[in-house]
Write a protein that binds this ligand. Sequence first.
Ligand SMILES: *Cc1c(COP(=O)(O)O)cnc(C)c1O
Ligand SMILES: [Zn+2]
Length: 414
Amino acid sequence: MNSDLNFMNNVTGFKCFECARMFTVDEVKYVCPECGGNLDVRYDYERINQQFSKASLAADRNFTIWRYRPLLPIEESSPLPPLSVGWTPLYDAPRLAAEFGVRQVLVKDDGRNPTASFKDRPSALAVVKAMEAGATVATTASSGNAGAALAGICASVGMKSVIFVPATTPAAKVAQLQIYGATVVLVEGSYEQACELCLAASERFGWYQRTTGYNAFTAEGKKTAAFEIAEQLHWQVPDRVIVGVGDGNIIGGLWKGFCDLRQLGWIDRLPKLTGVQADGAAPLVAAVNGDGVIRPVVGQTIADGINVGDPRDGTRAMRAMRDSGGGAVAVSDEEIIAAIPRLARATGVFAEPGAAAAFAGFVKLREQGVIQSDERVVLISTGSGLKDINTARRSVGEPLRIQPDVAELNKLKV
Ligand SMILES: *Cc1c(COP(=O)(O)O)cnc(C)c1O
Ligand SMILES: [Zn+2]
């Protein structure tokens, strides 16, 4: 094993997704200095293989995203936030597999993270980078979950956070921000407008900027879910992974994670990555299924986590969906709402709308025959259903209401 364990030395630099220029770690803070494009963190996989193996992982009792530290762009000596992020359960869902006639369906329940969404993965990494940079304030624009995650993880290390969210953000997510002590800015506008405002604010006040599609490290945090899926399946790669897509950073990060493992020689093939968007906010579906050009729309869907009309990480997402062969599908809000109780009743996992979209996409693609009967499919539930109970309640009727009287129980038709 290599004794030089500064993991940052495993990073060889950044590569721009748009212009393909390379930069050293010291040359860049956020986006490409030449064209403003998003950056990809590059690694020396030979070096990583000297520090790290499937066997060393198997012996590691740290069941958080930090078990993959040699594959993350952080200093070895960096203090890590105390909240337990990642290593979320991957549940087998045999009744769904039987109902839909596929080999296996698995659900990765990322609602089990500390602030109840997938966004704890990128936000935890961003807070480490903010601490490395000596920042005292971190900021992000968010449709809700990224902000809640940043606020919660900042609270765990005593860092201040300033969060910009659209004023339409579901109440539970806004409450989370306030409870964690963030300075909350409700923006009377779209998520895209909240992003622009947040970027202007961090430039002006020098805050550490976590916003998706601007901070190159968020995708590195997100890729840990791919590592977990592969490890939890004993390095047997599933045929397909399905996830809700807004900015496209999750699906791009997942692709990065599987490609990292392939580069290390730890897996022998790559899964198809299938992105699901809502009909009212589906510019990436249109691009993947059309001419490859992303044409922004005004996003309109009840699934706030994926209500993005102008994806901030579209190029990376397109590459994941096209290069993996997984493609993209759009589902209606009605299909998303119906998917929430259907998934919950078949698995016990209560997903928020942006998360249930993955299951709605699965249903649609299976019915269309795109998903084959011999496939092993992983659905990622990206956030807890408790994040947005108002939408969830639209999928169920009113509960029974009775007087506290045994005779009244006859009303129950169980
Ligand atoms: C953010 C989010 C997504 C989509 O992630 P992107 O990186 O924006 O594509 C999906 N589901 C939920 C619940 C989210 O919060
Ligand atoms: Zn560039």
